[in-house]
Design a protein around this ligand. Structure first.
Ligand code: ADP
Length: 540
């Protein structure tokens, strides 16, 4: 028997209409080099309509891809909503990709138009001649700089282009399964691959972001969206904010600890999301500066494992709760979130919060061993995490990547364990695990431990070849300025918390852990530095 319910398609146009009317007074605040500027969601709604008319004028009449090469700001939010709502496909371009990768993804997605922040023109302009499908460049910002354009490409000013367009648009009714937005993976472990999100997947994902046991974004929140809009859709915050009536604070290009602290003090957001490296930087900054961060109540941290020391420092020194979450570009990106069970208290609650968390009902998770057998969820057995659900990718755009899927499940490349009550603990990425004498050592466990030492600012652990054990851990450590802490002291500090054979004997002092385009530890580069003999290794 079929149900008797309506089949109203879920669409970004509906989100846009809803947010810009019901939550018309919510604000998007963008940080500039001269304080902040704001617009109401009503104003954003009108500008989305004008943008859609302007893009129609540039020949975007179907599901053409419209690229964005932008920081997090008001105009990028307008692109997020207006482009999918008109039936085209938003393609967020990672401004930090290697230039060759950028050319690859623009051509692979066949972008017709690219919207770009004026401040980012110097990064984009040198590669324009290699873009085979791009016909128009639309520049956001006060001044449109001179660009050397290849034949067949035209440059426009965003504001001039939309100036005379109407404030409303007859948003088309779309099949909810069609692509609304696409994002390429950041290529931490391979070439960037495209994930195309549907209107439906974005909708359902946004609901999960707003659930109390999801990220808990709610009406009236002012959310500082640090995680870039060009990386994993800013963790879904722009859409979720329109769904729930939360205001957004967009940091634009001001992502260093000092301006972040300043904008928190002045605009007073209560919610934020970013990768651990950003929070480590902010924590370090706050040690010597007394910016007022008292407005901040909850920060969602994910993208790589969050060291427990970071969670405690924020909570105990600043009253800011750190909520640990796991996800990937392929999972929209919200997968699991570490809200502890209601009954857990004290140390018990902390133990749950250190994990990567629990999956929502819509996302199923399982662990699979090297032979393809399902591993029990007993909190001890380890396997590769596989997930499936309505906002999980089932394929990549235009490439055959059959090895990334297993009978309808996405193979995440992450390795870990799951408890009977559903909490995931990741031990590593499969490529980062250290295989020592047939046993596995988790690089993440070692990093978390050593980063708990007060003299350690950052530490990344990689496996290096070893004659006797095949592989042994090497800790690349960044010490606080002036610190004379030795590897031996750090090793002693770790002893007792892990098995003796896991204690690392290879140490290298470095000035900064290399980071990927999205701010994660770049272990590929660290391994290359090691192989090139660029790390000064001390063996103890
Ligand atoms: P890329 O795969 O190119 O780095 P993503 O942002 O999609 O880009 O990265 C997803 C990966 O990030 C996950 O597969 C996992 O390895 C890692 N990750 C995300 N969140 C966490 C977390 N909370 N703890 C540990 N690793 C995480």
């Amino acid at each position: 028997m079929l149900s008797t319910m309506q089949e109203a398609p879920l669409s970004i146009a509906q989100l846009l209409r809803y947010g810009s009317t019901v939550h018309s007074e919510a604000q998007v605040v963008t940080w500039t080099d001269d304080g902040s500027r704001s617009a109401s969601y009503a104003e954003v709604g009108r500008r989305c309509a004008r943008l859609a008319h302007a893009l129609r004028g540039l020949g975007v009449t179907g599901d053409q891809r419209v690229g964005t090469f932008m920081w997090n700001n008001q105009e990028h939010l307008e692109a997020y909503l207006g482009i999918p709502a008109m039936g085209a496909v938003l393609h967020t371009l990672n401004i930090r990709l290697f230039p060759d990768q950028l050319v690859h993804v623009v051509n692979h997605a066949a972008d017709h138009v690219i919207l770009v922040d004026a401040t980012l023109i110097p990064l984009l302009a040198p590669r324009l001649a290699e873009f085979t499908t791009v016909r128009h460049i639309v520049v956001s910002g006060a001044q449109t700089p001179e660009i050397d354009l290849p034949d067949g490409m035209t440059v426009h000013s965003w504001e001039q282009l939309i100036a005379d367009e109407p404030d409303d648009f007859d948003w088309p009714e779309l099949d909810e399964r069609t692509a609304a937005a696409m994002c390429y993976t950041s290529g931490t472990t391979g070439d960037p691959k495209g994930v195309a999100y549907s209107h439906r997947s974005i909708w359902l994902h946004s609901m999960s972001v707003c659930m109390t046991d999801g990220m808990g974004l709610k009406q009236g929140d002012l959310a500082l969206a640090i995680v870039p809009q060009f990386h994993a859709m800013s963790w879904g915050m722009p859409y979720a904010a329109f769904m729930i009536g939360a205001s957004l604070l967009m940091p634009d290009r001001f992502l260093q600890p000092a301006p972040l602290a300043q904008m928190i003090a002045e605009v007073r957001p209560n919610f934020a999301a970013a990768v651990p490296a950003i929070w480590q930087g902010l924590l370090h900054h706050l040690e010597d500066h007394d910016d007022d961060v008292s407005s901040m109540k909850l920060v969602v941290v994910g993208g790589s494992a969050v060291p427990p020391s970071l969670m405690h420092a924020f909570e105990e020194q600043y009253g800011i709760k750190v909520l640990h979450a796991w996800g990937m570009t392929e999972t929209s990106p919200l997968g699991s979130v570490a809200n502890p069970p209601a009954a857990a208290e004290g140390e018990d609650a902390w133990r749950y919060r250190y994990t990567q968390g629990r999956f929502p009902a819509a996302v199923e998770a399982r662990l699979v061993d090297d032979d393809g057998a399902i591993v029990p969820k007993d909190g001890e057995s380890v396997g590769e995490l596989e997930v499936r659900g309505p906002w999980i990718a089932g394929a990549y755009y235009g490439v055959d990547a059959a090895d990334k899927f297993d009978d309808g499940w996405l193979r995440t490349g992450d390795v870990g364990k799951i408890t009977a009550d559903g909490y995931l603990t990741l031990t590593d990425r499969s490529k980062d695990i250290i295989k020592s004498g047939g046993e596995w050592i988790s690089s993440v466990d070692l990093e978390n431990l050593v980063m708990g030492h007060p003299d350690v600012l950052e530490a990344a652990v990689i496996g290096v070849p070893d004659e006797k054990w095949d592989e042994r851990p090497l800790v690349a450590v960044v010490l606080r300025e002036g610190s004379d802490t030795t590897p031996r002291t750090l090793q002693d500090f770790m002893a007792g918390s892990i098995a003796k054979w896991q204690l690392p004997e290879n140490w290298a002092r470095i000035t900064e852990v290399p980071k990927t385009s999205v701010g994660k530890f770049d272990k590929k580069r660290l391994r290359a530095d090691f192989q090139a003999g660029d790390l000064e290794v001390e063996r103890i």
